[in-house]
Design a protein around this ligand. Structure first.
Ligand SMILES: Cc1cc2nc3c(=O)[nH]c(=O)nc-3n(C[C@H](O)[C@H](O)[C@H](O)COP(=O)(O)OP(=O)(O)OC[C@H]3O[C@@H](n4cnc5c(N)ncnc54)[C@H](O)[C@@H]3O)c2cc1C
Length: 386
């Protein structure tokens, strides 16, 4: 075993950390307050090659591995949760399905612009009636024999990068399987597709600078060539995509938790009550000890899942464990961060309140904590746990 990062991984971490601290941190508050999508910063990330870190160079990416990607998301999330989610959704959910299932022609046309940072990606799976039960998709796609186009009708909800993405990967019912279940296929939908529009954008608890919104399909027509993978493969593809996406949400959770710890340590060392630093009271010091311990454990789980994926090994269980643990650690640690700061933690000036608001999403997106427990329990018990 080797717990040291490789020189390439350490360099990437240090470069992103410096960029985020020096160039991005100063503009976070203004974007969060205005709930403004940071288009200029996202474009800069693209120029640096950080919008396609785990995508092969041939397809416009940086050609690095999943561990590098997890490190990047942690470092981005440590400074700005919204930006971490934007990049994670773009990379795991936008580029990921194309890496997994696209033809070379589709990769040429859609993946290269996305992985090289020229076009933002989004992923539409969730619907009003299909959240944890993503198989309950009601959006339909039917083949129009007259021109060979797929005609999509329905809508998606809570889609990250809605209104900002140039390319969306969406799932739709294309029929019924032999078992009577919904046959789900995936489609590449460019944002200028006739019949496609972006609906309401959500006002959220946190992650204010990231866009979350509705996608609408009113007879949206995409060419037959925009089906991703084979007809009926959409469900399998998205399950695989979510396995990978969980690593990045775990990494985002670790970044937010680390940010809370980074703020809490100097505060506990310098804030005095009863004539001594509050960090010298066990009640405060132990909060910090627990934060540090849990964050390190969460990071190791995330990195282990990334490592397994990079080895080409089965990583689904490890990714679910990492996401479950890291997201719950993130909520606990960011909450403890506020406690360490007392009343100052509750006001916006000290930033730690933002970390808690942002961290909560990591327990919900890409499968709630309950869904992760189902995935883990089913794998371990080999039973259909419901
Ligand atoms: C900010 C944000 C960004 C998002 N980005 C995207 C995106 O880019 N693309 C996308 O497709 N979706 C996205 N989502 C949607 C997200 O993945 C869903 O919200 C999530 O999967 C939960 O679905 P739901 O909200 O319908 O909750 P529900 O499924 O209705 O769950 C409600 C509660 O019931 C519990 N529950 C449900 N089923 C079970 C069960 N079988 N056993 C035990 N408990 C259960 C859940 O754990 C939860 O506590 C985003 C959501 C948010 C808030």
């Amino acid at each position: 075993m080797d717990y040291d990062l490789s020189p390439e991984h350490a360099l990437l971490r240090d470069t992103i950390r410096a960029f985020m601290t020096e160039e991005v941190a100063p503009v976070v508050d203004e974007h969060e307050k205005a709930r403004r999508f940071p288009r200029e910063i996202v474009d800069r990330l693209g120029e640096m090659g950080w919008l396609g870190i785990p995508v092969a160079e041939r397809w416009g990416g940086a050609g690095m591995d999943t561990l590098a990607y997890a490190i990047a998301i942690e470092e981005i999330g440590r400074v700005w949760g919204s930006l971490g989610l934007i990049v994670a959704a773009h990379t795991s959910l936008g580029c990921g399905p194309l890496v997994l299932a696209a033809t070379d022609e589709q990769k040429e046309r859609y993946l290269i612009p996305m992985a090289s940072g020229k076009v933002i990606g989004g992923y539409g799976l969730t619907e009003p009636g299909a959240g944890s039960d993503a198989g309950g998709t009601r959006t339909t796609a039917r083949l129009d024999d007259s021109d060979g186009c797929w005609v999509i009708d329905g809508g998606k909800r809570f889609i990250t990068n809605a209104g900002q993405a140039g390319t969306y990967i969406v799932t739709a019912r294309t029929g019924t399987t032999d078992k009577g279940e919904a046959e789900i296929s995936a489609f590449i939908v460019p944002s200028d597709t006739p019949g496609f529009s972006v609906g309401r954008l959500e006002e959220k608890l946190g992650l204010h600078a990231s866009a979350t919104g509705e996608l609408r399909f009113d007879g949206a027509r995409v060419p037959a060539a925009n089906m991703l993978g084979s007809k009926g493969d959409g469900f399998r593809t998205f399950l695989k995509i979510l396995d990978g996406g969980r690593i990045s949400i775990g990494a985002l959770a670790v970044g937010l938790a680390q940010a809370a710890l980074d703020a809490s340590i100097p505060y506990a060392q310098t804030r005095e009550q009863f004539g001594r630093p509050i960090g010298s009271f066990q009640g405060v010091a132990f909060l910090i000890a627990d934060m540090a311990t849990e964050i390190e454990a969460a990071r190791q789980l995330v990195w282990k899942a990334a490592w397994l994926k990079d080895q080409g090994r089965d990583y689904a269980l490890a990714a679910a464990e990492a996401k479950l643990f890291a997201s719950e650690v993130s909520s606990r640690a960011t909450n403890a961060g506020i406690q360490v700061h007392g009343g100052y933690g509750y006001v916006e000036e000290y930033k730690v309140e933002r970390y808690l608001r942002d961290a909560k999403l990591t327990e919900i997106g890409e499968g709630t904590s309950q869904v992760q427990r189902l995935v883990i329990a089913r794998r371990i018990l080999g039973l259909r746990v419901v």
